[in-house]
Each structure stands twice: as structure tokens, then as C-alpha cells.
Design a protein around this ligand. Sequence first.
Ligand code: HEC
Ligand code: HEC
Length: 289
Amino acid sequence: MPSVRSPIAHRITRVAQIAAGGLTGRRKTGFFSILFILAAAFGAGTVQAQEHSYAPADIEAGRGLFMGNCSGCHGQNGDQVQGADLSTGRFRRGSSDEDLIRVIRSGISGTSMPPHDFLSVGDTRTVVAFLRSLPTGGAAALADDRDVRVGNAERGAALFSGRGECISCHTVNGTGGLRGPDLSRIGAQRSPGSIEQSILEPGAEVRAGNRYFQVIDSTGSSVQGLLLNQDTHSIQMLDTNESLISFIKSDLREFGFVGSPMPSYQEELTADEVADLVGYLVSLRGENR
Ligand code: HEC
Ligand code: HEC
């Protein structure tokens, strides 16, 4: 592993410390805020990629190889190298799987991207499957480009904590629920287009680390939360009460990603109200902390 220290590495260290420190005492950090990047890497699951579909087992295998060989530079979500964001679904140096396999195995001379010819073509293909499964891909770029009406932030704020009931799931500046991600900095993180899309079509583009995972045990009871990690035998999750829980896979009847618990507001809100909410959310840049 290359020894590049990214902010992600720090976050992971923090999570590891929390995990090592056990579960006593509720942490004040929101359910989503520490984890959204960490869990990004685990967001693949069963995925219809842009052009092809890949077997979940290939994506899993590719993820493992990516974490071992690439994430030190590219970040767990593939988006840490300036000018070579691997999570967008678009690549400067080729578009087909064959192009990407060649780039990965030969490296890019004159840059720090090293050759990985120790990976077989087959293994490299699984890495490509993983890259194509990164769910921030094409949808985000499309949503960014759409025309959006940005309304009145004050009216949006009132709607957010009032009739819209957004606050029951989302925290802003320390107040609100934990079922959804903390939105205190959403205006600095996402474009108006993709914010609007989140309100109207919550399932369309869920940021990688925000995807819900569900396990169902042999008695039929289920737990939902964020997937932290899984290996051949076990699964570690953070449930919606921010508790770290661990499962042995062979004890489970079922496990996998499930849809967003956020309802669509397409029918509930008028176009003006959506515009006001977007106005409010784009104004949230984490400055009032
Ligand atoms: C030592 C750091 C480093 C490691 C390790 C590394 N990369 Fe890279 N990678 C880079 C850099 C830097 C670039 C951008 C090169 C440039 O300037 O075009 C890059 C570019 C790429 C590109 C081209 C992106 C594009 O838009 O065309 C792909 C694909 C890629 N890397 C995949 C991988 C994969 C897969 C792995 C692991 C098997 C990996 N890289 C490991 C540093 C690294
Ligand atoms: C039942 C709980 C719930 C309610 C109510 C809810 N959300 Fe969400 N929201 C979520 C969850 C969970 C996610 C993460 C998964 C996803 O992106 O769909 C999310 C994601 C989002 C995102 C994307 C965040 C990111 O980091 O990309 C935005 C923006 C958002 N919600 C805004 C709103 C607004 C505005 C309202 C009220 C009109 C609202 N939500 C109501 C649960 C909820």
C-alpha cells in the first residue's frame, strides 16, 4: 500500500478508534457524517453499471483489489486524485473496459500512476467492474447539469423544519434526526441540480456511503443501517441508533442493500416549495457551526 495519507485515512482511523473503544456512550457525531466516505467503498452490491452489468461477486472481488492496491492514492471512493476522479463513470484515458484494463496494467508514464501488471487481465476486469459500480457515477453528472430554480432560503428553512418534516430525519447545525445524512454542509458538497434530484427522486442517485443495508436473521427480524465492512464470514454495520453491530453471515437468512428510506416529495410539494428547499439547502455550507 502506498503511504499517501488522505483525509479519508484520518476518518477511517477515527472510526477504527471508535470501534476499538467499544460501544459505551453515544457519540455526538451523526450517524452519517463520520461514515459516508468510509462506507462509500462498500456501496457496490448488486449494480447495473452504465453499459454492462457485472456479477456482484466480480464487483466484490474488484473492490478488494482496489482497496489493497489503489485506494491509497485514489481514495476509497475513487475520487481523491485531482483530474482523475474514478467515480464519475467517465475516464479521460479511454472508455471501454479494455482501455481501462490497459491503463491500469501499464500505468501512465510520466505520472505517479504505476503499472499493475502483477494483476491478471481477469483480476483487472473485476477492478473495472468495481469502478463502474461506484454509484456516484453518471446520474450525478447529469443532475448537475439540469436547470434548477433556486427559491427563497428563508421559506425553505421553515418548510424544512415545519410541514416538510425533513428535520425528523436530517440534522442541520446540530439539530434534527439521524436517519438521514447531516445536511449542514450540503450546499458546499452538492450542486443545486443534484440537491433537487434528491428531493424529487431519492433513489436516483444515492451517494455511495448513504446506501442502506439490511440484514434479516433466521427468526425473520431485520436490522437496517450503514454497511461498515464485510468479509467472507461477517458483516459490521452501524444501525440507525449509531450502534456498531456485527453479524455472522451463516446466522443470517438474507442481507443486502435496500432502497432509500427517504420518501419522494414529487407529489407532496409544489414546484415553488421545492425551489425554496433547494434555496435553503444550497445556503448550508457549514459556516454556522
Ligand atoms: C501511487 C499512486 C497511484 C496508485 C497506487 C494508483 N493510481 Fe491510478 N492514477 C494515479 C494518478 C496520479 C493518476 C492520474 C495520472 C494523470 O495525470 O493522468 C491515475 C490515473 C488512473 C486512471 C486514469 C483515469 C482517467 O480518467 O483516464 C485509472 C483508470 C486509474 N488510475 C486506475 C487505478 C487503479 C485501478 C489502481 C489500482 C490497481 C490505481 N489506479 C493505482 C495514481 C495512482
Ligand atoms: C424518513 C427519513 C427522511 C425524511 C423525512 C427526509 N429524508 Fe432526506 N434522506 C434520508 C436518507 C436516509 C438519505 C440518504 C439516502 C438517499 O440519498 O436517499 C437522504 C438524503 C437526502 C439528501 C441527499 C444528501 C446527500 O448527502 O447526498 C438530501 C438533499 C435530502 N435528503 C433532503 C431532504 C429534504 C429537503 C427533506 C424534506 C422535504 C428530506 N430529505 C426528508 C432520509 C429522509
